[in-house]
Design a protein around this ligand. Structure first.
Ligand SMILES: [Mg+2]
Length: 286
């Protein structure tokens, strides 16, 4: 807030008192920050809606606060995520409200190399995004081995990924999450599969998802806001909060997912705000 003050004064002095309408718009803009929110552990946990999540989304929609869901989930497309939320009772969102680590991975790789070939260990959402940027899937000397979470992981896929990386394919991960919280406990996620391939190849993957700044930049660019004017809401200290903090955003930890009040103490950084769940958050006052 302190850092934003001189900018606001400058804006006021440039226009005020000549154009009071401009002054009012700028004041409102400076006070309402855009919201970038994680999904897993924030909006739902597995197939269960987190208490207050629907109220939170409806408040966002009514308030006209610019917002985006930024998820490390690379298994599903924005349409899958929209339909999943609708199934859980959250209506009113569009595909444009979501950025996934699969989208970020595809955009990153496209910037690196046009028309590349990839071998994918991952779900339909990841394959779809890679097709969308003009990549083709190949098991013969691909440029990249791209790895995300998939619940249909097989030993054969692991073996193929290891041999292709040994043969020179570049090793890419969609997101570093070791586990995902679901009803009844945790399940192994992309990081666990990446760790297995890293152990077998001795190579370290380049990982695109949160906390990589690529994801944060993609979100603020899409919203058209400076990170100072954005809030990152998430359930994980090691992805959402560190990523948001390093990007210069206000950070909000919710205790409905992975990180607990106890586990926060082990980190050298802290969130700006902590809530039990998103139902407690008023986007207008962050
Ligand atoms: Mg999460």
């Amino acid at each position: 807030m302190l850092m934003a003050l001189p900018i606001r004064i400058k804006l006021f002095s440039r226009h005020w008192p000549h154009d009071p309408e401009v002054r009012i718009i700028q004041k409102t803009k400076a006070m309402t920050k855009s919201i970038i929110s994680d999904m897993d552990g924030v909006i739902y946990r597995g197939k269960a809606l987190i208490p207050g999540a629907n109220d939170f989304v409806q408040r966002l929609l009514k308030s006209n606060v610019p917002f985006l869901f930024l998820t490390n989930n690379a298994e599903q497309t924005p349409l899958d995520l929209k339909l999943k939320l609708e199934h859980l009772g959250i209506k009113g969102l569009t595909e444009d409200n979501f950025i996934t680590s699969a989208m970020a991975t595809a955009m990153f790789l496209k910037n690196q190399k046009e028309n590349a070939t990839v071998y994918v260990v991952g779900g339909g959402g990841l394959i779809n995004e890679l097709y969308n940027v003009g990549f083709s899937i190949s098991e013969s000397n691909p440029d990249y081995v791209v790895v995300g979470k998939t619940t249909s992981l097989s030993y054969e896929q692991l073996k193929k990924a290891v041999r292709l990386i040994d043969g020179g394919a570049k090793f890419i991960g969609t997101n570093p999450d070791m586990i995902d919280p679901v009803e009844g406990g945790n399940e192994p996620a992309a990081g666990t599969i990446l760790a297995a391939i890293a152990a077998a190849t001795g190579k370290t993957p380049y990982i695109v998802g949160k906390p990589n700044a690529l994801m944060m930049t993609l979100a603020t660019r899409k919203l058209g806001v400076h990170p100072d004017d954005a809030v990152m809401i998430g359930d994980r200290m090691d992805t959402d909060i560190v990523g948001g903090m390093e990007a210069g955003m206000t950070t909000v930890l919710v205790l409905s997912g992975v990180s607990t009040k106890e586990s926060i103490k082990a980190f050298p950084y802290k969130p700006d705000h902590i809530f039990n769940n998103v139902g407690e958050i008023d986007p207008a006052v962050l």
